[in-house]
Design a protein. Structure first.
Length: 316
């Protein structure tokens, strides 16, 4: 992907919010209905519990309203709404239109479906809108994967859950916080992770693991190169919360200690498009960026897609 031109107007986060599914489901709860146990799930995934319940529009409205409240902005001041989701409420219309109405916005709204890479895809799109003149963009990543999960299949049911994360991006006179980015996709890997319309998630776990680590590392390295930084410069890495083993392997190959990784999957499970914003914004983990920190967002998803971004936290 191209390097950000020097003259492009930047943006920064001014508010954020999160939401989780209404019902907490522990590993012990799952063990009552399938051949699994808490130790098996924790060892292989790092997940202890997950939250399920609520529609994509409902969770998006909760996180979006919280983000606007924190930013102190009126709904009428939002120039665009981007909703990253792979689980829309309906085939048509886009769920972003429903969310726009729920939040009282009067702006354009559209969905982005890049599976678990969706939030970073949408983040890059939001910066593009701001570079073209928009002043404020509401960016939301939400998925309700419980609706497309086979709750009798222990290979997938232990992983997926529901959640949402939102942020208000505002134009700034400086370069903003985005220093470098990369978007990628490999459609030849489509069959290893997919869900047919009306069907449940199908996954070849071992192959997803193998490809996920490789594509995450490749994307992250490209973003760092575009930003002119190295792994040693990264203060916090916010990876897609899919599996603790994938996160650990990716960090190891990048040369970034796990102590710098924002990890919340023990509480949230895999929430797809909501995964990265939940790890970045929710008050669940111990690793949080501070003013001036360089933050690496990196994820992968069905497609297979990959996306990464380097942020200077709090940059004006």
């Amino acid at each position: 992907m191209p390097k950000i031109p020097d003259h492009v107007r930047g943006a920064r986060f001014t508010g954020w919010g999160t939401a989780l599914g209404h019902k907490v489901v522990t590993n012990d709860d799952l063990a009552k209905t399938m051949d699994t146990n808490d130790e098996w799930v924790r060892e292989r995934t790092g997940i202890q519990r997950r939250h399920i319940g609520g529609s994509t529009s409902e969770l998006s409205a909760i996180s979006g309203a919280a983000a606007m409240k924190m930013a102190g902005v009126d709904p009428s001041s939002i120039d665009a709404l981007i909703l990253a989701t792979t689980t829309p409420d309906r085939t048509v219309p886009g769920t972003s239109a429903t969310v726009q109405n729920l939040l009282g916005l009067s702006c354009g709204a559209f969905d982005v479906n890049a599976a678990c890479s969706g939030f970073v895809y949408a983040l890059v799109n939001a910066h593009g809108l701001i570079a073209m003149g928009a002043e404020r963009v509401l960016l939301i990543g939400t998925d309700t994967l419980a609706r497309i999960t086979d709750w009798t299949d222990r290979n997938t049911a232990v992983l997926f859950a529901d959640g949402s994360g939102a942020a208000v991006l505002e134009a700034t006179s400086g370069r903003g916080h985005l220093l470098g980015w990369d978007l990628d996709a490999d459609g030849s890997a489509e069959e290893i992770l997919y869900a047919e319309i009306g069907g449940n998630i199908q996954m070849e776990g071992k192959e997803v693991f193998r490809r996920a680590v490789r594509i995450m590392v490749d994307s992250a390295q490209k973003s760092m190169a575009h930003a002119g930084v190295t792994a040693d410069d990264i203060s916090v890495i916010v990876p897609h919360q899919a599996n603790i083993r994938i996160i650990s392997a990716a960090c190891d190959r990048l040369g970034i200690p796990m102590s710098k990784a924002a990890v919340v999957l023990q509480e949230t499970g895999n929430t797809s498009s909501a995964s990265i914003p939940l790890a970045l914004f929710a008050d669940l983990g111990q690793t949080k960026p501070k003013q001036g920190d360089l933050v690496l967002l990196v994820g992968f998803g069905a497609g297979m897609t990959a996306a990464s971004a380097i942020l200077e936290w709090g940059a004006q």
